[in-house]
Design a protein around this ligand. Structure first.
Ligand SMILES: Cc1ncc(COP(=O)(O)O)c(C=O)c1O
Length: 383
């Protein structure tokens, strides 16, 4: 197995193809905006660029209200706090660890429910069996940006009086039948980390339905301050600064082109891998505007003739650096593994998928040559 330093050196030396690459705004345009910020001396605390980016993103994403955050983890924490979630929160083990950590940070108990194989998101049909008198909320993830079965989840939530907070870190710009998936549930969160389809270096947002909730969230992300001398709740500091807001405004202008470039990569991968024994991938869903944030493949070792890990390291030998998102499952980490719902027997699908997945390189800057290099190794791994 390659160590991290060796891996970084190898990527540098080999013209390596990485799983993602940050979408960067033109440096001259960014420099101009930085000069404006320097001249104004207003560098953070909800300045002009912050207001502008909140408005621009709400419009682009077709959501009524949105509050910017300094990353995609703190809006998860703050959403749970704002909705006064206590007790048990039903969630998926097949996600980035921040999803479950947010539940833990709020003093709640995560309850893991298995996923569906064809969407990699929480299986709505298994949610009811996990509900107890202590359950107060469901926190699903639109894994890889593929929409969760939101109508079914809302029906269950309404029946049992539960809140729904979507971790939509992967779902920037994803729409179903013309409507943003971010409008589902009680709130949705986004991550604008450098690895995401749309990024502000580090960053994130919380999407909500009404102005009053937005005002409360705006207080919570600023230590709870509701005025110069009034603190309404034990808030945290998770404001986005002016430099990253300016960067975000510039990136918004080019995100559609980046998504289109990703769509073409997905199209080529699918065309190449259709019919390869032992390689499964996700298809586009009818009526959905996808963002192509990831391209996971699932390796059936028996049919493919090689295990997932063998392929993963074979790709590395060829300078291709995919990632095993999401392996290991969150439920296997120290903090969570003793929970009854973390038992592998409770999570057979998630366990299988986590052992089969590799996210292949997927970003706006992949060249045709890069794509063909990936295709060639996946199709002929023993060559
Ligand atoms: C599903 C999911 N939730 C939350 C996060 C946390 O976002 P951030 O890294 O911006 O804090 C990520 C980040 O990769 C994620 O993939």
């Amino acid at each position: 197995m390659i160590k991290k330093n060796e891996l970084q050196q190898k990527i540098k030396n080999s013209g390596g193809i990485t799983v993602t690459s940050p979408l960067l705004p033109p440096l001259e345009e960014f420099t101009e905006l930085i000069e404006e910020i320097w001249a104004s001396k207003w560098v953070t605390n909800m300045g002009r660029f912050h207001r502008q980016l909140e408005r621009a993103l709400a419009e682009y994403l077709k959501v009524p209200y949105l509050s910017l955050f300094t990353n995609g983890t703190l809006p998860l924490l703050t959403a749970l706090q704002a909705l006064d979630i206590k007790g048990e929160v039903i969630t998926t083990p097949y996600s980035f660890v921040a999803t479950t950590h947010a539940i833990w940070w709020n003093g709640c108990t995560p309850v893991f429910v298995d996923i569906e194989e064809d969407t990699c998101s929480i299986d709505p049909d298994k949610i009811e069996a996990a509900i107890t008198p202590c359950t107060t909320a469901i926190m699903p993830v639109h894994c890889y940006g593929h929409p969760v079965k939101m109508n079914r989840i809302q029906e269950i939530a309404d029946q049992y009086g539960l809140k729904v907070i979507y971790d939509a870190a992967h779902a920037f710009g994803v729409e179903m039948d013309g409507e943003s998936v971010l409008n589902a549930g009680d709130m949705s969160t986004l991550s604008f980390h450098a690895t995401k389809v749309y990024n502000t270096l580090e960053g994130g947002a919380l999407v909500m339905h009404d102005e009053q909730t937005k005002r409360h969230i705006d207080h919570l992300k600023n230590f709870g301050f509701a005025g110069e001398t009034e603190v309404v709740a034990p808030g945290i500091n998770s404001k986005m600064d002016e430099v990253r807001c300016a960067y975000g405004l510039l990136n918004l202008k080019q995100v559609d082109a980046a998504i289109e470039a990703r769509r073409k990569v997905a199209q080529r991968y699918r065309e190449a891998f259709r019919g390869v024994p032992g390689i499964r991938f996700l298809e586009d869903m009818p009526g959905v505007r996808h963002n192509y944030s990831y391209f996971p493949i699932f390796v059936d070792a028996k049919e493919y003739g090689m295990t997932r890990d063998e392929l993963y390291f074979r790709l590395q030998e060829h300078g291709i650096f995919g990632r095993r998102y999401f392996y290991p499952l969150i439920s296997t980490f120290n903090t969570y593994r003793s929970l009854p719902s973390a038992a592998p027997a409770n999570l057979p699908v998630a366990t299988k998928v986590a052992n089969e997945v590799i996210c292949l390189p997927m970003h706006h800057a992949l060249s045709e040559d890069d794509i063909e290099r990936v295709v060639s190794v996946v199709k002929n791994p023993k060559k």
